[in-house]
Design a binder for this molecule. Structure first.
Ligand code: VGL
Ligand code: ZN
Length: 198
């Protein structure tokens, strides 16, 4: 059984100075680079949104960033515009070692639906293709790092566990947005889904 390190959204916009900065986000670049040598494969995800994306507060008159809207697929946080296709903020943190990445998987590129998880869009049904890639390569033991702990890392790890992969979140290599208790909720949800947290 092969092992894979899945590095979630280590992009400029999620690091201090970026459009949706996570506190201490740049502080995990070194630890993530150091982890890479211990895995059979390294996979990077890249949040990749059109400017008119449905998850951006700026696309609704009067909507405040970090408020919650109802979408056809359920509740959705409206975010500051971030990781817009082709902008510097959508690029990887310059310190991240990309040389070991076997695959870069983009997500969130459909205008009408957000995609926190590396496996499914936020409707929990539309696949990104990652599960098939991992199965084809026999990579079944997955570790998750990157940003943000309580959104894209948590949703990815929970989907992995539900799909039958072994899923571990490496706490020393992730940081949270922590919106209204979202980190504590994500930890409890991950525990219930069978995700290891170490
Ligand atoms: C993320 C909010 C919006 C993340 C991405 O990477 O956790 N969070 N888009
Ligand atoms: Zn996003």
């Amino acid at each position: 059984m092969g092992t894979a390190l899945i590095v979630i959204d280590m992009q400029t916009d999620f690091c201090p100075g970026g459009a949706l900065a996570v506190d201490g986000g740049d502080g995990i670049v070194g630890p993530i680079n150091a982890l890479m040598a211990g895995f059979d494969a390294v996979i990077l995800t890249q949040d990749w949104h059109p400017a008119d994306h449905a998850s951006f507060a700026a696309n609704y008159p009067g909507a405040q960033p970090f408020s919650v809207a109802q979408m056809p697929y359920g509740p959705q946080v409206l975010w500051p515009s971030h990781c817009v296709i082709g902008t510097p903020g959508a690029g990887f943190h310059p310190g991240l070692d990309r040389s070991r990445a076997d695959l870069v998987i983009r997500k969130g590129f459909r205008r009408g639906i957000d995609s926190y998880s590396a496996f499914f869009e936020n409707d929990h049904r539309t696949p990104t293709g990652l599960a098939g890639y991992l199965r084809d390569r026999g990579l079944a033991d997955l570790a998750f790092a990157g940003l943000a702990h309580d959104f894209c890392v948590a949703w990815s790890a929970m989907d992995a566990a539900r799909l039958g992969f072994t899923a571990t979140v490496i706490e020393a290599a992730t940081r949270a947005i922590d919106l209204d208790g979202s980190l504590a909720r994500a930890r409890a949800d991950m525990r219930a889904a069978g995700v290891r947290q170490e």
